[in-house]
Design a protein around this ligand. Structure first.
Ligand code: GLA
Length: 339
């Protein structure tokens, strides 16, 4: 079986089209696993899987812990990879303390807003000269309505920061670094028509108000059963035509049909189907890159063994959504991209 070292660099092969990145875990950017070596050879963008999220950094008022984020940034720098910052505001990984005041009562909206604004400013100050591209707001849309997610879908942002919270966040970020690439990132935009329409309206509205949005991020957690290549390409073109970039921010290709419970044997046929899906999608991204729409494609992980998909949406269901195996061997999906 061929090893990742036996092949030319993946990101080099695509260099005329887009950069190619991967989300890295702490072990990877502390050089503790083979994923570090794979990343150095095949990727030129790095994203921290968790260590640049608010819950890991914002520990209290004026109490920021950038130590793990700095290890990530330094790994990227030492290996000539562009670091991306994921993510400033997300309803899933934020610290609870921001909602309490010093007496343990519920903090006022004014205080919460001040804290978030301070967070944005501090992250941007810290990352100045190091990071160009930031996911500012992640997963803002409701899966049910395609409109902004609210408290009934676990998002505290509308009720505390207001209905225009996305505008505020982008404005603060832009003031902190006018040159930064500011991204609105979300999932299932390519596969869910209602969400796509909601996202389109939201983006149009932000652009209409001159909010400094540079790009949309399509997470692209897809599968063998996901949206067709045409639907995906049409989605990229739809947003590209608005005059903003489209980033593929968290791609993986599960071999399951979402919550399908029965574990699979990963047959040659499944591996070949996955290889074809990767190949067709990368060909589609190339077409979109020729139009100037796509400049960055990022995978959510490096080896199957470390993928979040092994536990989501079904816990303990082994999946194989990525390009490499833990022993460093490459999968047909990788081969399909370099041929
Ligand atoms: C979402 C988030 C990511 C990551 C993945 C799963 O897509 O945007 O930060 O948590 O889920 O790991």
């Amino acid at each position: 079986m061929c090893n990742f070292l036996d092949f030319p660099s993946l990101c080099n092969i695509y260099k005329d089209y887009f950069k190619i990145g991967a989300a890295l875990n702490y072990l990877a950017y502390t050089n503790k696993t083979i994923e570090s070596e794979i990343a150095k050879k095949h990727f030129n963008i790095a994203v921290a899987e968790n260590d640049t999220k608010m819950d890991n950094i914002y520990l209290g008022d004026n109490n920021f812990n950038f130590s793990d984020a700095d290890v990530f940034l330094s790994f990227a720098r030492q290996n000539q990879m562009e670091p991306r910052w994921h993510t400033i505001l997300w309803h899933n990984q934020y610290p609870q303390w921001i909602f309490s005041d010093s007496d343990g009562n519920h903090a006022s909206n004014k205080l919460i807003e001040k804290r978030i604004q301070n967070y944005v400013q501090t992250v941007f100050d810290h990352c100045k000269d190091q990071v160009i591209s930031y996911d500012i707001v992640n997963a803002a849309l409701s899966d049910k309505t395609g409109k902004l997610r609210d408290i009934d879908e676990k998002s505290p942002w509308i009720s505390t920061l207001g209905i225009d919270y996305i505008e505020k966040l982008f404005n603060w970020a832009h003031e902190a670094n006018p040159k930064a690439e500011l991204v609105l990132n979300d999932y299932n935009i390519e596969s869910d028509k209602i969400k796509r329409e909601g996202f389109y309206q939201l983006v149009q509205n932000l652009l209409h108000k001159n909010i400094p949005l540079s790009a949309v991020g399509l997470q692209m957690h897809t599968s063998l059963y996901g949206a067709s290549v045409k639907e995906i390409e049409d989605t990229i073109n739809l947003f590209g035509k608005l005059g903003i970039k489209v980033l593929i921010t968290e791609m993986d290709v599960s071999v399951y049909n979402y919550k399908e419970a029965e574990k699979k044997n990963f047959s040659t046929e499944i591996l070949e189907n996955q290889a074809n899906r990767y190949k067709e999608l990368f060909e589609s991204f190339k077409r979109c890159s020729r139009k100037g729409f796509v400049e960055k494609v990022i995978l959510w992980g490096i080896t199957d063994e470390f993928s979040w998909r092994n536990n989501y949406p079904v816990p303990n269901r082994k999946d194989i959504p990525l390009l490499f195996k833990m022993d460093g061997s490459v999968k047909p999906a990788f081969n399909s991209l370099i041929l």
